[in-house]
Design a protein around this ligand. Structure first.
Ligand SMILES: C[S@@+](CC[C@H](N)C(=O)[O-])C[C@H]1O[C@@H](n2cnc3c(N)ncnc32)[C@H](O)[C@@H]1O
Length: 255
């Protein structure tokens, strides 16, 4: 097995098995995002819990789910079995060193993953490499905003000083309370996911991953264009977690 990002694997080993999203909402989001009604081969790059793989398997002949975390792969396999999906296979791999053949996928789904690698560009170049001419990549990344340096300072603080179970719980509860207060003040509920992921889990996923990189939409669209893709941002700050922090670019490889 090629080299793995062990720190990220360890974080997600303990994260997704305890927070699997519900299929219905994920299926709705995939249907809203993916415009291809049916494809041959799809890659769920950084499949985590495997629920997106299940949703994709309803519109692909075959899905391959890849994740760096062995516990995620086990969780994803259980989900595929639970939903009776026989056209998905899962592999533990690091997307930075992805060992899958060139031009082998019609659709690549990589949502909330690439920017968690120590070298996200290696991941993105591998996604481009495995996409067939005429094939499509859906890439969801963290958006760089004026708040990014503050978030990053908080993440480093949390990982350095607030990393024991009780301190981590304190941080997650604190930001959850803050979210509720903000929701009350602005008169609406903010940051709530409808797919059964608690705010505490969202806080943990925001402030505790070992690596994070933020991008502007323009630099990612330009990156795809330089590499022979037609790219557009299709969701700007309104990903499936109704978040101000994720944007999704759709990139079609020139035939
Ligand atoms: C925020 S979760 C997103 C999971 C899923 N794509 C979703 O949309 O819910 C990030 C996932 O990417 C995986 N991941 C992060 N870096 C990776 C890498 N270099 N190679 C493979 N998987 C990676 C993590 O293990 C984790 O399961």
């Amino acid at each position: 097995m090629s080299q793995l990002d062990v720190k990220t694997a360890e974080f997600y080993d303990q994260f997704w098995p305890k927070s699997v999203p519900v299929l219905d909402k994920t299926r709705e989001y995939v249907a809203m995002t993916v415009s291809e009604a049916h494809v041959g081969r799809a890659l769920d790059a950084g499949c985590g819990h495997g629920i997106c793989s299940v949703a994709l398997s309803e519109r692909a002949d075959q899905v391959v789910g890849v994740d760096v975390s062995s516990e995620c792969i086990q969780t994803a396999r259980k989900q595929a079995e639970h939903f009776g999906r026989k056209n998905i296979s899962f592999e533990r791999q690091d997307l930075q060193n992805l060992s899958l053949p060139d031009t082998s996928f019609d659709l690549v789904w990589c949502w909330g993953v690439a920017m968690m690698a120590p070298d996200p560009m290696k991941v993105i170049h591998n996604l481009m490499r495995v996409t067939k001419p005429g094939g499509v990549i859906y890439l969801g990344l963290y958006l760089k905003t004026w708040l990014t340096p503050f978030h990053e300072l908080t993440r480093h603080f949390c990982r350095t000083f607030m990393n024991g179970p009780r301190r981590k719980k304190f941080v997650c509860d604190f930001f959850t309370a803050l979210t509720h207060v903000h929701g009350t003040l602005v008169g609406r509920q903010t940051n709530l996911r409808t797919d059964n992921i608690s705010i505490q889990a969202q806080v943990e996923d925001w402030y505790y991953p070992p690596y994070k990189t933020f991008y502007s939409i323009e630099e990612i669209v330009e990156l795809f264009r330089r590499n022979g893709f037609e790219a557009n941002c299709i969701q700007d700050r309104v990903g499936r977690i109704k978040s101000a922090t994720i944007f999704v670019v759709k990139a079609v490889r020139n035939a």
